[in-house]
Design a protein. Sequence first.
Length: 309
Amino acid sequence: MRVLVSDPVSAQGVEILQKEYEVDVKIKLPIEELIKIIPQYDALVVRSETKVTKAVIEAAANLKVIGRAGVGVDNIDVEAATQKGIVVLNAPEGNTIAATEHTMAMMLALARNVPQAHASLKNGQWLRSKLMGVEMRGKTLGILGLGRIGSGVAKRALAMEMNVVAYDPFINAEQAAAMGIQLLELDEIFPLADFITLHLPFTSETKYLLNKERFAKMKPNVRIINCARGGVIHEGDLAEAVEQGIVAGAAIDVFEKEPVNPENPLLKLDQVIVTPHLGASTAEAQVGVAVDVAKGIIAALKGEPIATA
Ligand code: NAD
Ligand code: MLT
């Protein structure tokens, strides 16, 4: 059996696979090259950089399993894989804490202008009176998607004495109430929330969930945090809402197209703080997801029971 690892994953995961199979680590493969070599492999391990398209899957004559070292499988054509009998599995828990903590870091940095203060002071400017922030205590946080990361963010926000409301069509009000959170409809969140943070998957239903029409319904000076997926917010509409002063600021870790285009309008706005998809980038999380996905691949290739993505 041969395994191809086509995105950077932690060595601990690769070593687990190497004990069982022949493993090739080939990073940044052009799609044509991936299509050319994929017939040689029984398993493929990716993070988010490799796009496992229908064309890749059609060429994958021997592929039995695709393992995603992380949560979102939106870079994999799961339908095409399933039709071909290829199992798609992910590592849904290994990076939950990392992404939750990054969300809190982004929210606090946004509220207190930390990146702007850092950059200006390093540039010799003492902007003490210009960089006035806002407090989190007593503010309302709207969480869209109350899964692993969303509920972790809720727990931390409650500890900071925020009011937490959430929208998630797959969670019931009792489950939310047990966490101290009021579950609302999407449109009920907008007039209430001082901060809105997104923690849902990118699907055809969530594409551009936040758009011009929805920004118009939001409380003036709302702040938006997105550590989920770029496509859940319409980036052009967000930039416009910031320019119009509807949105006071945004903290964005993920972009519709990554690596982000330097011309992306969000990069031009001082009120928008950004990180290059760092949500899962902790030493602990990268070992966690790599080990989990390696174990999942071995179980799948041995025909043992596994949880699919
Ligand atoms: P999860 O599956 O535990 O939670 C997702 C939640 O979204 C679920 O509760 C689900 O019911 C809800 N949901 C699904 N469709 C919805 C909709 N239409 N409207 C509202 N809610 C909906 O996943 P998670 O581990 O919490 O991850 C959340 C997101 O964060 C995913 O998109 C994942 O890819 C992303 N993520 C990003 C990073 C990063 O590096 N920035 C790291 C980890 C995860
Ligand atoms: C995920 O979905 O797990 C995150 O985007 C993090 C990653 O891609 O590593």
